[in-house]
Design a protein around this ligand. Structure first.
Ligand SMILES: Cc1cc2nc3c(=O)[nH]c(=O)nc-3n(C[C@H](O)[C@H](O)[C@H](O)COP(=O)(O)OP(=O)(O)OC[C@H]3O[C@@H](n4cnc5c(N)ncnc54)[C@H](O)[C@@H]3O)c2cc1C
Length: 564
């Protein structure tokens, strides 16, 4: 029996994969197959749908790929845990739901590289708008009718109000909307929460169209290799992707494809490319893999955000700590199940801000997330009682790492080395980050709440002590990216207009891997914007026209958006 054939096979039903599945299957003449290694995102599993339950899927073999970095050379050989969503919706089904576009100047920086001129913010903004419904209000910067419904704040806990006042006291402005005219400053944040539930990419894009006759979604289908029709000799035609091999419920299978879209995320996509013979030819030969295309940039340029939690004890009983006591959890769960409201219906990351930590940087290099509780991302807490914390770290680090397979066996996890804290600039910005955070958290506005710093605590004061603590305590903010970057130079992997893999026909990459440089905030929104743009490029429709809405640039524009 011959292998089944689809016009498009999407590898990974995660964030980008869900958006592409929707947009590409809108054309009924095009058959689309989504192969997702993880399980379905069933409504019966409340931990991936209740916003406040976000720590639970992390580390779970049912939902998480459970990666770990190699021993990090500048962190005393520590291995940093990396969660990645392994379920329909991918990482958007287990993430923190914080919605951040990044700074407009991030994209203007992308656009400076050869062949990337159309990646400036003016060209990205229409797609950011198309994908969202900003429930706080649509305007020249925000969308009003897209699939991703965004909930603002509300950041009404008195500790958020203390944060906003304290930031002002420390010399940092308020802003109306960090995703709007002006990012720099402090404000309530948007989140991917709709009617009290997490709204993953699968829920926003994939489930509403699952009834389409031309769309097939297979879960627990792990792709092990991209099939190509010939090894392209130097003078011969380029090799072409013709399908994939995958394992479904323990059985090896094949499917043929008009084209293959890789959407496995910034770790799995370079892994799959390398397993398929696309990467550094010398490295692949060393593992016994026949190179199909020599693309040395595959897996390189790995970037991420590292962060610390600066935690304070709170002398007033206003934090949300008591609500998370074990004996209250059933009631929180019940209220959420029945009414979709209460403590369970928010991710609690309801506000924060963006700061330039020195005058050399043109736009914010630090992001603050504030939580009205002292707790680690995995749900562990340093102390009982009331507390609060900020998450902070450098957002534009120049540290670069690599994803490399260590075996031709697709079940073997790849080596991940991030080189956190490896550069002079990164270390300087780390010291600035901790000092700015402490400056804000010790302003008069916090006097009524501040019962002393819990972590790192007063014994960490000098630059060396701060860096030593960061090396011991920092965690990833879970934004690995840039490992198959767009561009036209020798290390670039993907064409910036077509998303095609250089030197291989019929194969594209659309996920966090293609970002050339990480943006200065959480990266889910940029990934979704990239997917929206890729959908238009693949369908061959005319791209949306660039926006002429002005954006704030420090020292060049007014603090408030222009009116009239
Ligand atoms: C715990 C956590 C918290 C985060 N918090 C935030 C946040 O609050 N805000 C924010 O903006 N960002 C956050 N992020 C980051 C953000 O969610 C991701 O960067 C983004 O969702 C990545 O999208 P993607 O499409 O590149 O990959 P993913 O969404 O991870 O999708 C990849 C999909 O491909 C599947 N897959 C991989 N390999 C294969 C294969 N071989 N065969 C078949 N399927 C495969 C995976 O199972 C997965 O479903 C967080 C991430 C995590 C893990």
């Amino acid at each position: 029996m011959s292998d089944p054939h689809y016009d498009i096979v999407i590898v990974g039903g995660g964030s980008a994969g869900s958006a592409l599945a929707n947009r590409l299957s809108a054309d009924p003449d095009r058959s689309v197959l989504v192969l997702e290694a993880g399980r379905s995102d069933s409504r019966a599993a409340p931990f991936i749908h209740m916003p406040a339950a976000l720590p639970f899927p992390i580390g779970s073999r049912f939902y998480d790929w459970r990666y770990e970095s190699d021993p990090e050379p500048h962190m005393g050989g520590r291995q940093v845990y990396h969660a990645r969503g392994k379920v329909l919706g991918g990482s958007s089904s287990i993430n923190g739901m914080i919605f951040q576009r990044g700074n407009p100047m991030d994209y203007d920086r992308w656009a400076q590289a050869p062949g990337m001129a159309h990646w400036d913010y003016a060209h990205c903004l229409p797609y950011f708008k198309r994908m969202e419904t900003c429930t706080a209000g649509a305007d020249a910067w925000r969308g009003g009718d897209g699939p991703l419904s965004l909930k603002r704040g509300p950041a009404t806990n008195p500790l958020f109000q203390a944060l906003f006042t304290a930031a002002r006291q420390a010399g940092y402005d308020r802003t109306d909307d960090v995703n709007g005219y002006r990012q720099e400053g402090f404000a309530p944040f948007d989140g991917n929460v709709h009617r009290g539930r997490r709204q993953s990419a699968a829920r926003a894009y994939l489930h509403p169209v699952r009834g389409r006759a031309n769309l097939t979604v297979k879960t627990r289908a792990s792709v092990t290799r991209v099939l190509t029709d010939r090894g392209g000799g130097a003078a011969g035609p380029a090799p072409r992707a013709v399908g994939v091999e995958y394992v479904h419920r323990g059985r090896g299978r094949r499917v043929r494809a008009g084209e293959v879209l890789l959407c496995g995320g910034a770790i799995n996509t370079p892994q799959l490319l390398q397993l398929s013979g696309i990467g550094d030819a010398g490295h692949l030969r060393g593992l016994g893999i026949d190179p199909v295309a020599h693309l040395p940039g595959v897996g390189r340029n790995l970037q991420d955000h590292l962060e610390v939690y600066i935690q304070y004890a709170c002398k007033q009983p206003v934090s949300i700590a008591p609500w998370l006591a074990w004996w209250r959890r059933p009631w929180i769960g019940l209220e959420w199940l029945l009414l979709r409201r209460g403590v369970g219906a928010t991710n609690h990351f309801e506000g924060g801000g963006f700061v330039r930590s020195n005058e050399e940087v043109a736009y914010p290099n630090l992001m603050f997330h504030f939580l009205p509780i002292a707790i680690r991302y995995d749900g562990t807490s340093p102390a009982t009682g009331h507390g609060y914390q900020v998450h902070v770290g450098p957002m534009n680090s120049d540290a670069r790492g690599e994803v490399r397979i260590v075996s031709p066996d697709p079940r073997a996890k790849p080596s991940l080395r991030f080189n956190y804290l490896s550069t002079e600039r990164d270390r300087r910005e780390w010291v600035e980050a901790v000092r700015v955070a402490r400056d804000i958290l010790t302003q008069p506005a916090f006097a009524a709440f501040d019962a002393g710093e819990l972590s790192p605590g007063p014994s960490v004061e000098t630059d060396e002590e701060i860096l030593d603590w960061v090396a011991r305590d920092a965690e990833t903010a879970l934004h690995p990216s840039c490992t198959a970057r767009m561009g036209t130079d020798e290390e670039a992997v993907v064409d910036p207009s077509t998303f095609g893999v250089h030197g291989v026909d019929g194969l594209r990459v659309v996920d966090a891997s293609v970002m050339p440089d990480i943006t200065n905030a959480n990266i889910y929104a940029p990934v979704m914007m990239i997917a929206e743009r890729a959908a238009d490029a693949i369908r061959g429709v005319t791209p949306l026209p660039p926006s002429d809405a002005p954006v704030y640039r420090h020292g060049q524009h007014g603090d408030a958006p222009p009116t009239g």
